[in-house]
Design a protein around this ligand. Structure first.
Ligand SMILES: [Zn+2]
Length: 139
């Protein structure tokens, strides 16, 4: 992820950036103490694509379909990537969106509100753990 946050992403195509962001989102997920091994393992098996369905062309940012495939709106992806705000913020926003959909896939039985709560907790703790790991490696 840390490599992603520099300007080198400009040289990559959108599919590659999407894959890298997806992997980074999974790395955060893997670091969170909020989920157990089985839940983390399940996350590894979701397929994921950039989506151009009708909803995604309009206002939908991302969704998960009945087969458990994670779809991120290509339009949303593209416009977030190319917005004028500093790119790390856009990349994090996209990562968070992916992360949220993965949580949806892991907990299909939960309602929206609970998923939002779980996503925030897992994201924060996963990020904290990743930062700790990085500090340990550098010291
Ligand atoms: Zn779609």
């Amino acid at each position: 992820m840390y490599q992603l946050l520099d300007s080198s992403h400009v040289a990559r195509n959108e599919e590659e950036i999407f894959d890298a962001l997806y992997d980074s989102a999974l790395a955060v997920l893997d670091s969170t103490p909020q989920l157990d091994t089985e839940q983390k393992t399940r996350a590894l098996y979701f397929s994921h694509n950039l989506c151009t369905c009708e909803e995604c062309q309009k206002e939908c940012g991302a969704h998960i379909n009945k087969k458990g495939q994670i779809r991120i709106s290509k339009k949303f992806f593209h416009s977030t990537l190319n917005q004028k705000t500093p790119s790390p913020i856009g990349l994090l926003e996209l990562m968070y969106t992916i992360f949220y959909q993965v949580l949806h896939g892991i907990f299909p039985e939960l309602n929206e509100e609970t998923i939002i709560e779980k996503t925030e907790q897992a994201w924060k703790s996963g990020m904290t753990e990743l930062a700790k790991e990085k500090l340990n490696r550098n010291s």
